[in-house]
Ligand binder design. Structure first.
Ligand SMILES: NC(=O)c1ccc[n+]([C@@H]2O[C@H](COP(=O)([O-])OP(=O)(O)OC[C@H]3O[C@@H](n4cnc5c(N)ncnc54)[C@H](O)[C@@H]3O)[C@@H](O)[C@H]2O)c1
Length: 367
């Protein structure tokens, strides 16, 4: 028997159950687990939609299926679960899984709000199991390049960031993304979560203390306005279509956050801008032909530089799942711990509240 760092039998396969077999399970979790068949076996699939469940069981060759996630949590063979259901379901499923002694990879956002995320972080702490959030952009090539670049001191102290996830006509036409009750919010919590996480990751996850912000729903409810991401019912659109936040951090940094499903702009963009004492950078973690530009100065000459050796990561989704499995096998804290999901939820809560009160709102991360 070969034992890993924390005494894990490295010959043993991690047995996994996936809860929710929709879009993200099929594009991230299942391809991720099936990319390392020597380390993982997907034993259970769970979905409340019987036809989808049956279709995916055949597609992925998984023999055990259930419409009730407690069935797979009650299976002592299961080591870990993916929670790939709508946001409303994340908290209870994750807490139940951790209490049942399973490691959890929970999709982003960690939950609907900071209170729920606190309960999840508490459950993770009490169980001693891994809680990882599905925030894959950290694992993309530009993210890995910039993390190294910053760690090597080339940006100096980063004191200001802009996190922008802006779509012109991009309301998701599937799932429950336009339903505040089931999602917790609109673009802020759905795509703003990715770009804010990416920005804070590069800044070393400073501790937020307060935020101010504003949300609008000027376009999303209007049936006359076109949409590029499928059809949705305008009369049941209860989320914001755009949000702006300004976040203050303990050590004096600030981040401007902008996120939209719909806005009258030329084209959609997904970008982090960082300003440091030694250089600045614009980084596009999604699909971009020009993902990184660095703004620097040497000997009184200023440069716009484009790195050419950005790591070629085929799928950051697959890498995120592999990282989850590695953490279970080797121990240590996840690279995307539950606490980071909590920080993001707490910032969103403050932005939503500030939009109502018109005032800056304090952020409390204690749990
Ligand atoms: N990381 C990313 O880039 C990314 C991208 C898209 C979605 N997501 C996240 O993934 C989650 C799911 O989104 P999606 O696009 O896959 O949605 P989806 O609607 O395609 O899939 C969700 C699935 O969960 C199932 N489900 C709902 N409640 C259930 C329950 N109680 N028990 C069992 N199954 C249940 C639904 O039937 C559905 O099949 C959301 O939290 C979303 O924010 C992440």
């Amino acid at each position: 028997m070969v034992l890993g760092k924390i005494g894990f039998d490295m010959a043993k396969k991690i047995k996994v159950g996936v809860i929710g077999t929709g879009m993200i399970a099929n594009h991230a979790h299942l391809p991720g687990y099936f990319s390392i068949p020597d380390e993982v076996e997907v034993v259970w699939l769970c979905d409340k939609k019987a036809d989808r469940l049956a279709e995916n069981a055949t597609k992925w060759g998984v023999s055990k299926t259930t419409e009730n996630y407690h069935d797979l949590l009650n299976d002592p063979e299961i080591d870990a679960v993916s929670v790939a259901t709508p946001n409303l379901e994340h908290m209870q499923m994750t807490v139940d899984a951790l209490k049942a002694g399973k490691h959890v990879l929970c999709e982003k956002p960690l939950s609907m709000n900071a209170d729920q995320s606190k309960a999840m972080c508490r459950a993770a702490k009490e169980s001693g199991k891994v809680l990882q959030v599905g925030l894959q952009y950290r694992f993309c090539g530009p993210g890995m390049f910039m993390k190294d670049y910053i760690a090597n001191g080339h940006m100096g102290d980063i004191y200001y960031g802009r996190a922008q996830a802006m779509r012109r006509r991009g309301v998701p036409g599937w799932g429950v993304f336009t339903n505040k009750e089931k999602q917790g919010g609109g673009p802020l919590i759905d795509i703003g979560v990715h770009i804010l996480d990416f920005t804070l990751h590069l800044m070393g996850y400073p501790k937020p203390v307060a935020a101010t912000g504003k949300t609008w729903d000027m376009l999303g409810k209007n049936p006359k306005i076109t949409n590029f991401m499928g059809d949705y019912d305008r009369s049941t659109f209860t989320v914001e279509d755009m949000a702006v936040g300004m976040i203050r951090f303990e050590d004096g940094q600030m981040v401007l956050l902008e996120s939209s499903f719909m806005a009258n702009i030329e084209q959609e963009f997904f970008k982090t801008t960082l300003m440091g004492t030694k250089s600045g950078a614009e980084v596009c973690p999604g699909f971009s032909e020009d993902p990184i530009v660095i703004f620097s100065e040497r000997d009184k000459q200023v440069f716009n530089e484009r790195p050419v050796n950005i790591p070629d990561v085929k799928s950051s989704h697959v890498k995120e799942v592999q990282e989850f499995v590695r953490t279970i096998r080797e121990g240590g804290e996840s690279l995307v711990p539950g606490e980071h999901g909590l920080i993001l939820n707490a910032i969103f809560d403050a932005v939503y509240k500030s939009s109502e009160t018109g005032q800056e709102e304090r952020i409390d991360l204690s749990y």
